[in-house]
Design a protein around this ligand. Structure first.
Ligand SMILES: C[S@@+](CC[C@H](N)C(=O)[O-])C[C@H]1O[C@@H](n2cnc3c(N)ncnc32)[C@H](O)[C@@H]1O
Length: 220
C-alpha cells in the first residue's frame, strides 16, 4: 500500500500548510490543492480568488509581492477573512461574482470548490473577460461521475482519500462555517463546457473528489 501512495505522490505523513507568518492552516479537500495552485501562479502578481470563503487561499498565496483579491457572496465569510488578514496585499470584497465588475484585470483567476455554486458558463465568461492576455484560469471543481472511467476513479479514490484525510485531521468547510453546495454538475457537462469555452485546457482528476484544470488565455 505504501508503494502505491509513493508512486502516486500521495503524502502519508501530515502535510504542513502555513501562511507567510508561519501560522499553521487547516487541511481539507480544498486546501489539499493550495500548494499546487501556489506553484501554478508563481509568476502571477495580480490574482482573484472567486468564492474565497474565509480567505485561507488568499492568505496562503500572500508572499509579500502578489496582490490577491478574494470575493465571496457570504457576508460572515468576508468579515472573518478581513479579520484574519494581516497584509495590505490582501483585499476582500463581499459580492456575487455573477454581478462583479471592475476596471482591474488579473493574471490569475482561481475557483476552488466554488464554480458549482454558480452558473458555470456565466462564471467562466466573466472570468475570461477579467483575465489579462497570458493570464491563467484555474479551477478546482466538484462534479458527479458520468462515464464508467469517472465511476472507477470515484470508487478507487475513496480509501486513499480517507486515509490521507485522517492523517491530516481534516476540517471540513462546514466546520469552518463556509457555505457548501452538493448540487453538482455531471462530469460530462463539465467536459463539454470546458471544451467549448476553454479550448486546450486539460482536465485532471484529483484524489480528493475534485477535478483540476488550468487554462491559459492567449488573445485579448
Ligand atoms: C465550498 S466554499 C469554497 C471555499 C474556498 N474557496 C476554499 O478554498 O475552501 C464555496 C464558496 O463559494 C461562495 N459562493 C457561492 N456562490 C458565489 C457567488 N455567486 N459569488 C461569489 N462567491 C460565491 C460561497 O459563499 C462559499 O464561501
Amino acid at each position: 500500500m505504501a508503494a502505491v501512495f509513493y508512486a502516486l505522490n500521495m503524502p502519508l505523513s501530515k502535510v504542513l500548510l502555513t501562511d507567510r507568518s508561519g501560522k499553521e492552516m487547516y487541511w481539507n479537500h480544498n486546501s489539499a490543492y493550495y500548494s499546487w495552485i501556489k506553484k501554478t501562479v508563481t509568476n502571477c502578481t495580480n490574482i482573484l480568488d472567486v468564492g474565497c470563503g474565509e480567505g485561507s487561499l488568499v492568505r496562503f498565496l500572500d508572499d509579500g509581492n502578489k496582490k490577491t483579491t478574494g470575493i465571496d457572496v457570504d457576508g460572515p465569510c468576508i468579515e472573518k477573512a478581513k479579520a484574519l488578514s494581516k497584509s495590505d496585499k490582501e483585499e476582500f470584497l463581499c459580492c456575487d461574482f455573477e454581478e462583479y465588475t471592475t476596471e482591474k484585470v488579473f493574471d490569475a483567476i482561481i475557483f476552488v470548490a466554488s464554480i458549482h455554486h454558480m452558473d458555470m458558463v456565466k462564471a467562466i465568461e466573466i472570468a475570461k473577460s477579467l483575465l489579462s492576455p497570458g493570464g491563467k484560469l484555474i479551477i478546482v471543481g466538484l462534479s458527479k461521475p458520468s462515464s464508467l472511467l469517472d465511476w472507477i476513479i470515484e470508487i478507487g479514490r475513496v480509501i486513499p482519500s480517507k486515509i490521507i484525510s485522517t492523517v491530516n485531521n481534516i476540517q471540513n468547510s462546514e466546520e469552518l462555517n463556509v457555505p457548501v453546495s452538493y448540487e453538482l454538475p455531471k462530469m460530462d457537462e463539465v467536459r463539454s463546457t470546458v471544451k467549448r469555452l476553454l479550448p486546450g485546457a486539460g482536465i485532471r482528476y484529483g484524489l480528493h473528489y475534485r477535478y483540476l484544470l488550468v487554462w491559459n488565455k492567449t488573445g485579448n
